[in-house]
Design a protein around this ligand. Structure first.
Ligand SMILES: N[C@@H](CCC(=O)N[C@@H](CS)C(=O)NCC(=O)O)C(=O)O
Length: 202
């Protein structure tokens, strides 16, 4: 069975996060670009891969993986030589999972609430992702003193959270570009060679 990863992507989407991760781990991959405007993500061939009709998705050794943080976690484990996931018995495995899941379950929905100006859901305690302000405060604490979410160690969680923070700053999410702990972190991420390859700056 081929070891090549098939990467279903669109360059103007969350697939960029997976693209960066593929470059970080040094995977051999082939990109299939879907035209989202033309609805290629809704064609039967692709719905057989991801019934959600969304990118990104990967197929590796016959395994389909969808959902950006799941793909990131899968690649970190599939390419252990890249050292982007602490081992299961490493004390850093807990914080690693914590921030990887926090990205998808708290940061992203809180950010979208804020950007879309959605009214707060009542009762507030039922909202699993809490408030945007609490999410940002948690991330600032996690990144202090840094330089990474796991302290001195760069991990796949940084690929996910770093990408989302970079996106959030680019699109003017409040409370970010005035916070050096956040802006320095995002700059650190953007200077990684794998990230620069992803955005075509090398
Ligand atoms: N929960 C998914 C979200 C993926 C997603 O929303 N992808 C968007 C692009 S960023 C998409 O494919 N949209 C096309 C559509 O829904 O028709 C993940 O984390 O990967």
């Amino acid at each position: 069975m081929s070891d090549e990863i098939v990467f279903y992507s669109n360059p103007r989407s969350r697939a960029l996060i997976v693209h960066w991760m593929l470059e970080e781990v040094g995977a051999k991959y082939r990109t299939v670009t879907l035209d989202l405007q033309k609805g290629e993500q809704r064609q039967p061939d692709y719905l057989a891969i991801n019934p959600m009709g969304k990118v990104p998705a990967i197929v590796h050794r016959g395994n389909v993986v969808t959902e950006t943080p799941a793909i990131i976690a899968y690649l970190a484990d599939a390419f252990p030589d890249a050292g982007l996931a602490p081992a299961v018995d490493d004390p850093a495995r807990g914080p690693y999972y914590r921030w990887l899941f926090f990205g998808g379950s708290c940061f992203e929905p809180a950010l979208l609430d804020k950007m879309m100006k959605r009214p707060p859901v009542e009762p507030a305690g039922m909202t699993g992702h809490g408030s945007y302000e609490d999410v940002l405060a948690s991330l600032k604490t996690a990144l202090t003193p840094g330089p990474y979410l796991l302290g001195e160690r760069f991990s796949a969680a940084d690929v996910y959270i770093g990408s989302e923070l970079g996106w959030a700053i680019k699109f003017g999410a409040p409370g970010l570009d005035t916070e050096p702990v956040i802006t320095d972190y995002v700059s650190r991420m953007a200077s990684r060679p794998a990230f620069m390859r992803t955005i075509g700056q090398t």
